[in-house]
Write a protein that binds this ligand. Structure first.
Ligand SMILES: Nc1ncnc2c1ncn2[C@@H]1O[C@H](COP(=O)(O)OP(=O)(O)OP(=O)(O)O)[C@@H](O)[C@H]1O
Length: 245
């Protein structure tokens, strides 16, 4: 579904990604972990067309999409849910959902998708006329996730979906991701809540100093002592490039 081949890139003259390579299959959840500043969010920006790629390739299926614009990526079925709160606080839940489909040529279809998405998230139907700011943090995150589904994406890039949420809300957001994966969507996420995220993921990626250092089954990474070492501030010295399911 998504492949990065030795991607190098950065902001202006600053290089942040120094060789990122991985391949993730359709209908899977992959969690990307690594120390602060490793370049995890930058990987998302590279995929979504928000970063200058110096070399390497990004492929969606068989199609090369390196350097395409966010609009083109959306047209390919990719959505990006950035870190933080990204709902429009004074607009209603319904209006926020409509914004997710604003680029679609067929607005009648968008309205149908809103109904379908509200079926998936009954809370949103219940609060459809409330201002987004009146929702709890977890509900706002669910609204964002729901909005990202308006264009029926194939690949969702999700940066820290659980940040600032209570444990119950984290569970709800994670359940949502599992449901999405089970409906055929491919998810790549970054999570500080690494253990819980790896536990629900199919694959895990470790990024360090802008390079992929490990890529393996999520369960294997969870029990790998080097991953523990990394979270304690150590460094991974060996590359592991096993890709299985
Ligand atoms: N717009 C920008 N311009 C210049 N440098 C940037 C920009 N955004 C991020 N960086 C730098 O890129 C590096 C990687 O940042 P990035 O946000 O990708 O890391 P991260 O692994 O997601 O970190 P965290 O876990 O702290 O969110 C950092 O050194 C950061 O300062």
């Amino acid at each position: 579904m998504l492949e990065l081949r030795n991607v190098h890139g950065g902001y202006g003259k600053i290089t942040i990604l120094n060789g990122v390579s991985f391949k993730i299959p359709k209908a899977s959840i992959t969690t990307m972990i690594g120390p602060n500043g490793a370049g995890k969010s930058t990987v998302f920006k590279a995929i979504f067309g928000l970063l200058q790629i110096h070399s390497g390739q990004i492929l969606l299926g068989d199609q090369e999409v390196t350097g395409q614009t966010p609009r083109q990526m959306i047209a390919h079925g990719v959505t990006y849910v950035p870190q933080g709160r990204n709902v429009v606080p004074q607009l209603s839940v319904y209006h926020n959902l409509e914004l997710g489909g604003i680029t679609a040529p067929n607005q009648a279809k968008v309205r149908q998708r809103i109904e379908a998405v509200m079926d998936q998230f009954p809370m949103l139907r219940e609060f459809r006329n409330r201002k987004a700011i009146e929702l709890s943090g977890g509900q706002q995150k669910q609204l964002e996730v729901a909005r990202s589904l308006l264009l029926d994406p194939k690949l969702v890039l999700m940066d820290e979906p659980s940040i600032g949420l209570s444990p119950n809300m984290v569970r709800e957001v994670f359940q949502t991701l599992i449901r999405l994966r089970d409906s055929g969507v491919t998810i790549l996420m970054v999570e500080q809540n690494a253990k819980a995220a790896l536990a629900l993921s199919d694959y895990g990626l470790v990024l360090e100093l802008g390079q992929t250092r490990m890529h393996d089954n999520a369960k294997k990474l969870l029990t790998d002592p080097r991953v523990g070492q990394l979270f304690l501030g150590g460094h991974v010295h060996e590359d592991v490039a096993v890709d299985g399911r």
